[in-house]
Structures are given as C-alpha cells and as structure tokens.
Design a protein around this ligand. Structure first.
Ligand code: GSH
Length: 212
C-alpha cells in the first residue's frame, strides 16, 4: 500500500490528500509532526533530503513536492483524470499554470497572513497584514475573472482548483471573504464543497505552520 508522509495542517499535503481521495486510492498516512521537528529526523531526511512534507512512497518510488506527487498519481492512476485530456496541451498547460499560481502566489501568502493573525494583537504588523490582504484580494479578483463562464479553472475539475482549496477554506476567518462581491468564486467554492474529497478533508485549521 502507498504511504503518505504528511502533517495534517499542511496545505500541500491537503492538496495531495484531495487528489488521492478523488482517485479513490487507499494509503497509509504517516504523520510527521512539524511542531516536534520530526521532519529533521534522519529516517525522514532519507525520503526527502529537504525535510518537507508531503512525501509519497509507492512501492520502490519516493516522490516529494505536492505538484510532482499529483503528476505522478495522474500518470500512474489516470482515472478519474485530474488534468485535461492528453492532447489538450493548451488546457493542460493552463491547469498546471494555475496550480503553480496557487502554490506560489496564494497558499504561501495566506500562510503568512495566518502567522500574523495568530500573534497577539499588540504584536501584529498592521502594514504587513494590509499588504497581504490586498495581495490575496487581487489574486481572488484575478481568479473571479478567470472563472467567468466556466465551472473550473481549466475547463474541468483539476489540480488547478485543488491547489486553491486548502487556503480558500480558511480565508474568511482571516478577514478576507473570498466570495464577497465575487459571484464566480462563490459558485466555484459551492461546487467544490459538493465533493466528498473536500468535505472530508482533514487538518483544515487556522493554526500557522512552522517552516512555511
Ligand atoms: N513545494 C512543496 C512545499 C512543501 C512545504 O512547504 N511543506 C512544509 C509544510 S506545509 C514543510 O514540510 N515544512 C517543514 C520545514 O520546512 O521544516 C510542496 O508543494 O510539497
């Protein structure tokens, strides 16, 4: 059976767990407690020398980085597909671009906002909070525009949408309502919340993560 080394609050691990659930794949979850520094243990470093979750072990294959894991799962277990069909190169590129935008220009920034919001009010950097909220707000408007006339970011439900889910689910509690005045995002979130893979997602929390 596959093993997923993960820490439940990690948004990148959550992304991979949505993919596994969508594909109906069973796996053993091995928790690496980042709050206890378990990612620095030599036995974990042998799997990922960079000491980061998630890591997937499938028989003799060890894969890390959520995007690479999702691609590996798509190659090995293509049904149901979570990328547009092979041959639809432009749409596949679009899905991968949005997945990358989610990871590098959304998830990280929401994580930084979480860190600030978790501080005592007197310790918070108000300017940084404002800049992060503005950045996230702009990203959401960009997404809302992309979703005009389509149900999902790259024509069908895909890794592009999945990439945004973990942090979309916590944003409202961080002072940015993703759906406010953004009808396409509102409908998109409702559509995604219909999916058992997302309804049953574990680890969605407002606790900031060390090491993000
Ligand atoms: N690009 C990586 C990012 C993974 C990542 O940042 N993982 C964090 C937790 S969410 C981690 O393991 N941090 C531990 C550390 O850096 O010590 C991915 O997509 O999988």
């Amino acid at each position: 059976m596959m093993k997923l080394y993960d820490f439940l609050p990690c948004p990148f691990g959550q992304k991979v767990r949505i993919v596994l659930a969508e594909k109906g794949l069973s796996y053993e979850l091995v928790q690496i407690d980042l709050t206890q520094g378990e990612q620095r243990r030599p036995e974990f470093r042998r799997l990922n020398p960079f000491g980061r979750v998630p890591v997937l072990v499938d028989e003799d294959t060890t894969v890390y980085d959520s995007t690479v894991i999702a691609e590996y799962l798509e190659d090995e277990y293509p049904e149901p597909p979570l990328l547009p069909a092979i041959g639809s190169s432009a749409l596949r590129a679009q899905a991968r671009t949005w997945e990358d935008i989610a990871d590098t220009s959304f998830t990280l920034q929401v994580g930084q906002l979480m860190v600030e919001m978790n501080k005592a009010e007197s310790e918070r950097d108000g300017g940084r909070i404002q800049r992060l909220q503005q950045w996230i707000d702009q990203m959401l408007s960009f997404l809302n525009h992309q979703l005009q006339g389509q149900d999902f970011l790259a024509s069908q439900f895909s890794v592009a949408d999945i990439g945004f889910v973990p942090r979309l689910l916590v944003l409202k509690d961080l002072g940015v309502d993703p759906a406010a005045n953004r009808g396409n995002i509102d409908a998109w979130i409702k559509r995604m919340l219909d999916r058992p893979s997302i309804q049953n997602l574990e680890g969605v929390t407002l606790e900031p993560l060390a090491g993000l």
